[in-house]
Design a protein around this ligand. Structure first.
Ligand code: ARG
Length: 709
């Protein structure tokens, strides 16, 4: 038995390549510890993840649902990316007090700023519930029956572990439904802005440099977690106090060298490393081109108005940045997946699998897996193009989704009894204010018109939503008319509705009905597609199971799904031929930053104070050994979106940098990890500290940290 087990682990061990892999903390002892120690890790697995004692994992939080952040002082100070704090910073800014443009540092705790809603999530523990959940299903169940049985069991697991509502419990599927784990979290909702550099530093290089190396972005911002006097999560209150965390990171300013060990803990959002070739092909040819075109259409319409008025810029800056980020990413994916012929590589693996699957002993279970999967993609290619155009419409237009948001709230309010209404009026008023303050009507009219024109002219291989067909191409006049009539286009009409709630005003509203129709259309599937999708889901699960069982799988870690992972590797430059000459180094400095400077350019302008400090080379103790100011560096860690803001840690678990991006050469990375090309782009922690202390004069914040060399 023992021998057998060792054999098993050796096989798993052989998958565990240094750089590739997003590992579960509960398995690192078994799968990664030895490899990590060889590379320079000095911590035990127990010091990284322990259920019973404080460990490194207690210093890592998920930031507002989509990013990662880390605790770096005993008073709950947290560090994340500028682009993760961006939405909160823009919300707290006005044209007069413009923190996005000018930066901000709270002189004391009383001046820390509370955005409307911002939360951080601590990870308490996880465990394997695969057997428990999979014992509730069998292969004769339909996908719907299977889903129902699983969600019933999940509900029980959540209830058993949430300690009466104290914790958030989430059960997630891994390896395409072949394994299940539950995660226990604790949320803190009083999170305040401590400081941020100006956007010209925090987003230096803009969309031109986004996803690119060499890079010179000071992509960081700082917040603080507050708790009640007992250290428990609490709604915002003046009486709240800074959280005294179980664990915080020490900050190491000793600097990084090529080949130094580097590990990253964080919340990668989504990868598709197990995706079949048909899915890659569908994305490259149908889904992503529509995504790219749809997002650019929305971006152009927004930008026109953002450039005219700073108040409008502040409304759309965050939305624009989010859309632009994936606009460039998806084009990068199209290019990389095409160049590396990734679909063909995957198809070869599938052919091998298919051979195994059609051996006599496997045929009954796996024989049709590949053909079922391919059948589904062939049937849905045109639909995926259509869906992506529509999704970008819904994503960029504030009115596309009103039937799910503010419109739904208004309807519920109108249909409620007197008491419920009285109780709900304040929160509805808040929603109305938020809806109105987050959009600018002239821009919205343009966005919606432009998106409808694009959608109707380009999604030609699949039926359009009936509301769009009915417009008969007359989008300009009809949309103008809708906006003139809709209560959602007028704050006065919405406020009047609060006093005189009449449900028919909502259910007859032209923009409400457009939104309802578009979303319903997106969710509608023909019986044929419905069936193909069910078969596909089952087949994909079997593909992953069979790939692992047959040992044809080349990876053995689950796809990212917004759960906490560890990735380890080293500080590492890019190969010379991968990109341009300037990219060969593993780090950038202030020299390169100033070289990129272009006065008055929206992406490469710099505050004059930066240029002054550069002239005097006033880098204090943060200069590298040659007297230069380090800015960013590369590691070969395996991260994706959602890891933004993750700490880069040395072998002792000390903070040496902040992960914020991936490189364009490896944009196929979410589907296939390229050992030679895939890199993580990090801000050097010395640049962060220098910006806080020297550039911003906020030394008291640096003094809060425990700094080591
Ligand atoms: N590419 C980065 C990520 O996905 C976001 C960078 C934000 N900066 C920008 N210029 N849009 O995490």
């Amino acid at each position: 038995m023992k021998k057998l087990l060792i054999g098993f682990f050796l096989i798993l061990g052989s998958f565990a390549r240094a750089d590739e892999g997003m590992w579960f903390l509960m398995f690192i002892e078994r799968l990664n510890q030895r490899d990590m120690e060889k590379m320079g890790l000095q911590l035990t697995a127990e010091e990284i993840y322990s259920i019973n004692n404080h460990s490194l994992k207690d210093a890592i939080v998920q930031f507002n649902g989509g990013c990662t952040a880390e605790i770096i002082s005993k008073d709950g100070l947290i560090l994340t990316n500028h682009h993760c704090g961006y939405d909160a910073i823009a919300e707290l800014s006005t044209p007069e007090a413009n923190y996005l443009k000018d930066g901000y540092w709270a002189e004391n705790k009383a001046n820390e700023l509370k955005p409307k809603s911002l939360f951080v999530r601590f990870f308490v523990r996880m465990d394997d519930v695969s057997n428990r959940i999979l014992s509730k299903v069998n292969s004769s169940m339909s996908e719907a029956e299977r889903e129902k049985a699983i969600s019933e069991e999940i509900a029980l697991i959540e209830k058993e572990n949430n300690e009466g509502g104290k914790y958030v419990v989430s059960v997630r599927s891994f390896f395409q439904g072949n394994e299940y784990y539950y995660f226990v979290y604790e949320d803190f909702k009083d999170v305040r802005l401590v400081g941020t550099p100006p956007e010209s530093i925090g987003k230096y290089g803009g969309d031109t440099d986004n996803w690119e190396w060499p890079r010179h972005t000071g992509d960081f911002s700082m917040f603080r977690v507050y708790a009640d006097v007992n250290g428990q999560p609490a709604d915002y209150s003046n009486d709240n106090v800074p959280l005294q965390p179980k664990q915080y990171l020490k900050v190491n300013t000793g600097g990084v060298q090529e080949n130094d060990f580097a590990m990253i803990l964080g919340y990668p959002g989504r990868t598709n490393r197990w995706m079949p070739s048909g899915g890659i092909e569908q994305n490259v040819k149908f889904a992503y081109p529509a995504w790219v075109e749809g997002s650019k259409t929305g971006m152009d319409a927004m930008k026109k108005y953002m450039d005219q008025d700073e108040a409008v810029n502040l409304i759309y800056a965050s939305k624009y940045a989010g859309v632009a980020n994936y606009w460039k990413n998806r084009q990068g994916m199209i290019d990389a997946l095409t160049e590396f012929n990734t679909a063909a590589t995957k198809a070869k693996q599938e052919a091998k699998f298919n051979k195994w699957a059609n051996k006599k002993k496997n045929r009954a279970k796996y024989g049709k897996v590949v053909s079922t999967i391919n059948n589904y993609y062939a049937l849905t290619n045109e639909k995926s193009r259509h869906d992506n155009y529509l999704q970008q419409l819904l994503r960029t237009s504030a009115f596309g989704t009103i039937s799910r948001g503010i419109g739904k709230e208004l309807l519920a309010y109108a249909n409620a009894d007197e008491t419920t209404r009285a109780n709900g009026i304040a929160s509805l008023e808040e929603s109305i204010n938020a809806f109105i303050s987050e959009m600018y009507l002239p821009a919205e009219i343009d966005i919606l018109k432009a998106q409808l024109k694009l959608y109707s002219s380009k999604s030609t291989g699949y039926p359009l939503a009936s509301a769009v067909v009915d417009m008969n191409g007359d989008f300009d006049a009809i949309i103008d008319d809708y906006f003139a009539k809709s209560i959602f286009a007028s704050k006065d009409k919405l406020v009047a509705f609060l006093k005189n709630p009449d449900a028919s005003l909502v259910s007859n509203d032209p923009l409400m009905n457009l939104s309802t129709n578009l979303i319903a259309h997106l969710l509608t599937k023909s019986p044929e597609v419905e069936k193909a999708q069910n078969d596909y889901t089952a087949a994909y699960r079997l593909l992953v199971e069979g790939m692992r069982k047959s040992k044809l799988a080349t990876i053995d870690y689950p796809d990212a799904n917004s759960t906490l992972r560890l990735t380890y590797g080293k500080v590492r430059s890019l190969p010379t031929d991968a990109t341009n000459d300037a990219a060969v180094n593993y780090y950038t400095t202030m020299e390169g930053l100033v070289k990129k400077y272009k006065a008055d350019d929206p992406e490469f302008d710099l505050p004059s104070r930066m240029l002054d400090l550069y002239e005097t080379k006033d880098y204090g103790s943060y200069a590298d050994k040659n007297g230069y100011m380090p800015v960013c560096f590369l590691t070969d860690n395996d991260i994706t979106g959602g890891n933004s803001g993750s700490p880069v840690l040395n072998g002792k678990g000390e903070l040496i940098g902040l992960a914020f991006d991936g490189n364009i050469e490896a944009m196929a990375g979410d589907v296939i990890f390229d050992k030679e090309l895939q890199r993580t782009i990090n801000v050097d922690i010395r640049y962060v500290l220098w910006l806080i202390e020297k550039y911003s004069g906020a030394k008291h914040i640096v003094d809060e940290m425990e700094i080591v060399k």
